[in-house]
Design a protein around this ligand. Structure first.
Ligand code: NAD
Length: 489
């Protein structure tokens, strides 16, 4: 099979690859070496306008396409992804710096998500409403919004493309996708496969561009009917403000500071590798990363020692060495994470392992997996999203204090509870203020269609699973009076 390539310095609008109108380009680099992988077009306001217009033109035809046909095209898209796993995995890994096997795993997840929404396309229904007498009929219709703007971060580009674009298309919307300017290659490659799958021109348009320019143009464009944003809490606030002017609904999936809560009765042989994986996978650059470890006082010393040992064993290297952890995505992210590492001791935290750059002969933005113990709950390390492989340990005594500490954060994305006491786990799941909870595992492995919910500063979203079909539709209620009783008499 021919290698899947993306045309250099181009973007996909109205089914055609073309340069940006002002011919601007973005250089996409390999974080392990700083070398350019490829250029893509750098979209400006005129390109955003072209993309939104194309999506508007395509909308009536796409909305009128039968739901089964929309599902068929999504399924064809997922099959093509299955035929290009290795090419896509390279884009996903190299762009972000993650190990190739991590990129491959993300492409399988991407394919699974699109397949899921292929099946969901013709399952979307409204409801029939109860009426006071048989003289009335009431029902609801689920209708697409129109043009959905999807704005994504750089950390898991393929998966987030699938999770946001597939339900929007399945529900009959057209899409303008703006991946991050830092890592746009996998979304572009996925869009090329969507084109080959046979989606009509204008149904899925993809352009990269910097946030303050193309991103802002998209969120304030009067032709956009729904905005789906995944990224930092700070940008999320700016996007909500922009959306207010056009009164456009916004779905926000933002940052996190997720706790792993470890009780003394937990199976440590299962928990410790998962906890270390939760903060080193993708070099800790995941919204749900398990960046806080709350450990019961009686096992704290043992746990800190075992976590440190496991962190020291994490092999760090470039994407193609396919080790356990890659570099951070770029220089800005590198200095940001080093800032946390340097500042933590001054805030009273004790460095157990790591704490600085991971030196490599070939350069790159590598840092060591780092563990701090005795972290002050009011410190920056405890409260702010680091987005790097940095784990903050705090101890608790008893379940009541564990709940208080879990909830002592502005974020509300994921909480993981490790215990062999099922009742305690389920009670904690009731009390924690986060959109997702996992018990005796990190995150949602093994559950199909798990809703990707958020609370507090982590945003609000009904992403993931069937609820996303409703997120990308608006409900219309219809009331009918059946006038002619004589017609059945
Ligand atoms: P970011 O907020 O800097 O950028 C995200 C996207 O927004 C990019 O495409 C960027 O170009 C665009 N953007 C920036 N300013 C904009 C503006 N004013 N108007 C419109 N668009 C604008 O985030 P990032 O650094 O790319 O990603 C890291 C963040 O993403 C972390 O906070 C992480 O937790 C979050 N994230 C959240 C989830 C989730 O599902 N909750 C998933 C992945 C990442």
């Amino acid at each position: 099979m021919a290698e899947l390539l993306i045309p250099s310095a181009q973007q996909l609008i109205d089914g055609e690859w073309a340069a940006a109108r002002d011919a601007g380009e973005l250089r996409v680099t390999d974080p392990a070496t700083g070398q350019t992988i490829q250029t893509v077009a750098c979209a400006g306001r005129a390109d955003v306008d072209d993309a939104v217009r194309a999506a508007r033109r395509a909308f009536p035809g796409w909305a009128a396409t039968s739901a089964s046909e929309r599902g068929r095209l999504l399924r064809r898209w997922s099959e093509l992804i299955g035929e290009h796993v290795e090419d896509l995995a390279r884009f996903e890994a190299r762009d972000v710096g993650k190990p190739l096997s991590g990129g491959r795993m993300n492409i399988f997840i991407t394919q699974g998500i699109i397949e899921y929404f292929a099946g969901a396309a013709d399952k979307l229904t409204g409801v029939t409403l109860p009426t006071r007498t048989p003289d009335y009929l009431g029902y609801t219709l689920q209708e697409p919004y129109g043009v959905c703007a999807v704005i994504l971060p750089w950390n898991v580009p393929a998966v987030l493309t699938a999770a946001n674009v597939a339900p929007a298309l399945a529900a009959g919307n057209t899409v303008v996708l703006k991946p991050s300017e830092v890592a746009p290659l996998a979304p572009f490659a996925l869009a090329e496969l969507a084109r080959r799958a046979g989606f009509p021109p204008g149904v899925l348009n993809v352009l990269a561009g910097v946030g303050a320019d193309a991103g802002a143009a998209l969120t304030s464009h009067p032709g956009v009917n729904h905005i789906s944003f995944v990224g930092s809490t700070t940008t999320g606030r700016a996007i909500m403000r922009a959306a207010a002017d056009n009164l456009v609904p916004v779905k926000l999936e933002l940052g996190g500071k997720s706790p792993n809560v470890l009780f003394a009765d937990a199976d440590l042989d299962v928990a410790i590798p998962a906890i270390v994986g939760s903060i080193t996978e993708n070099a800790g650059q995941n919204c749900y990363a398990g960046s806080r470890l709350l450990v019961e006082a009686s096992i704290r010393d043992e746990v800190v020692e075992r976590v440190a040992e496991s962190m020291r064993a994490v092999r760090v290297g470039p994407w193609d060495a396919d080790l356990d952890m890659g570099p951070l995505v770029n220089e800005a992210q590198y200095h940001r994470v080093l800032g946390f590492l340097e500042g933590a001791p001054a805030e009273g935290a004790r460095l157990v392992t790591g704490g600085g750059p991971a030196q490599r002969a070939d350069g790159g933005w590598f840092v060591q997996p780092s563990l701090f113990d005795g972290v002050d709950p009011r410190s920056r390390l405890s409260r702010e999203e680091v987005f790097g492989p940095v784990l903050a340990v705090q101890e608790f005594s008893g379940a009541r204090q564990a709940v208080e500490m879990m909830n002592d954060t502005d974020f509300g994305l994921l909480a993981c509870i490790w215990t062999s006491d099922v009742s305690r786990a389920l009670r904690l799941a009731q009390e924690v203020r986060s959109g997702q909870v996992s018990v005796n595992q990190f995150a949602d492995a093994g559950v199909i269609g798990f809703p990707f919910n958020m609370q507090k500063d982590s945003g609000f979203s009904r992403g993931g699973g069937y609820a996303a079909m409703r997120e990308y539709t608006q409900e219309k209620a219809v009331a009918v009076r059946l006038l002619d009783r004589s017609s059945v008499e």
